[in-house]
Design a protein around this ligand. Structure first.
Ligand code: NAP
Length: 289
């Protein structure tokens, strides 16, 4: 049992923090910018509430965070009331936000200078993965830090792996998003085509999901795509944030991402349709408008 703080009780953070308490048996302190969410979390799970990230980080063995983007990460970690000001010597900070590899490297260096450790550890598996405690966690940082943090992360992960030095977790998450982007568009086109062709979509997916076209997106999204239901899941606004990170990194490392760039543009059209908060499977709505 360790002393653990969780910063950012959003769709992902709220259930992740709950697993730390209930499954991990840790002593948990929570911080959320909108205090009402942290109050609700403590009322539901017990534990302690902190008013600032700094206060949350003080005296902890581990501090986990899951906020929005690079700017949010900076706001919560740095500055007078930021978490880094409260980190004790030898403590470990784990960032589960999907952010750039640059900020991961910057915070790794700042943590080292401050006498504590930093791991970039973005996640995959969505809201359901967080609720069920079965996330995939992609880590970047030092082996010794990873070895200490992995059992704590295990409270909400079914796969957690160190993929290289600082920034490698974020680079791995970029690959994850690149793989998803083209796949979701292909699935949208397939279902769109099936409807135009007059096929029974249920029977179709029951059949082809047993063959080479099978995917997590197919199994978990075909029903709602067919029904035109998108008010849940992983928001298009977040996906565009992630794809912007991928495309910026590719400009630097010389990788060619033509389909990813195109799908990013398709998502900008979904945003224009009012779908910024829709699930990423809403690419089909663009084909059917
Ligand atoms: P969310 O529901 O919008 O929650 C974001 C959380 O971050 C909230 O607790 C929010 O506080 C906090 N926050 C944002 N900006 C902040 C700031 N400047 N200062 C302090 N707190 C701030 O988002 P989410 O869906 O949990 O996603 C969180 C991260 O996980 C993102 O990087 C996302 O890309 C990634 N992710 C999400 C999914 C998914 O399916 N949702 C899957 C994989 C990865 P308030 O309550 O005050 O707004």
């Amino acid at each position: 049992m360790a002393k653990v703080a969780f910063l950012g009780l959003g769709i992902m953070g709220y259930p992740m923090a709950r697993h730390l308490k209930q499954k991990g048996g840790h002593e948990v302190t929570v911080y959320n910018r909108t205090a009402a969410k942290a109050e609700a979390w403590v009322a539901e799970n017990g534990g302690r509430l902190a008013k600032t990230p700094r206060e949350a980080a003080e005296g902890q063995d581990f501090v986990m965070m899951c906020v929005g983007n690079d700017n949010d990460v900076r706001e919560v970690t740095l500055g007078k009331d930021g978490a880094f000001a409260g980190m004790g010597k030898g403590a470990v900070f784990v960032d589960h936000t999907t952010a750039s590899a640059d900020i991961a490297r910057e915070l790794y260096a700042a943590a080292k200078a401050g006498g504590f450790a930093f791991l970039d550890a973005p996640v995959s598996g969505g809201q359901a993965g967080a609720e069920n405690g079965v996330l995939t966690v992609m880590c970047g940082g030092d082996q010794e830090t990873f070895d200490r943090a992995a059992p704590v992360i295990g409270a909400y992960a079914r796969m957690c792996k160190l993929l290289g030095p600082a920034g490698s977790g974020q680079l791995a998450k970029m690959v994850n998003q690149i793989c998803i982007a083209g796949l979701v568009q292909a699935l949208a086109e397939g279902i769109h085509f099936a409807k135009r062709a007059g096929l029974d979509v249920e029977a179709l997916i029951e059949t082809i999901s047993k063959g080479a076209a099978q995917s997590w997106q197919m199994e978990n999204r075909y029903k709602t795509m067919n029904a035109g239901k998108f008010d849940f899941g992983f928001a298009v606004d977040w996906m565009r944030k992630d794809l912007a990170i991928c495309l910026a990194e590719a400009r630097r490392n010389g990788a060619h991402l033509p389909v990813t760039a195109l799908v990013d543009q398709f998502y900008s059209e979904v945003q224009k349709m009012g779908g910024g908060r829709w699930d990423t499977s809403s690419l089909i709505a663009r084909l059917e408008r």
